[in-house]
Design a protein around this ligand. Sequence first.
Ligand SMILES: [Zn+2]
Ligand SMILES: [Zn+2]
Length: 90
Amino acid sequence: MPQKPGGVGQLFCDGLLVEEVATSTCAHCANITDIPSRKKMMDHVDVCRNCMRLICLKCVGKPCTPFEKTIDRIEADYYRSVQLRKALGL
Ligand SMILES: [Zn+2]
Ligand SMILES: [Zn+2]
């Protein structure tokens, strides 16, 4: 019985079609998302319209917070608090 188009999942299970499995690291939270198929890539990841990088679906709709910048901000906050304490003589 010939397979109808659209039976990709079945073909995949039968081992007749082996697609490259890729991973994507979220630019916002550094979460690693497995992408079982490049064609279905956009079902698993999205592109942030602000930083134009791939993000995981959990970060879709949230403000752009690249994780490198988050670290920078934590350091900057820490530095500021140290400076403030010095200024206050604490
Ligand atoms: Zn994320
Ligand atoms: Zn972003």
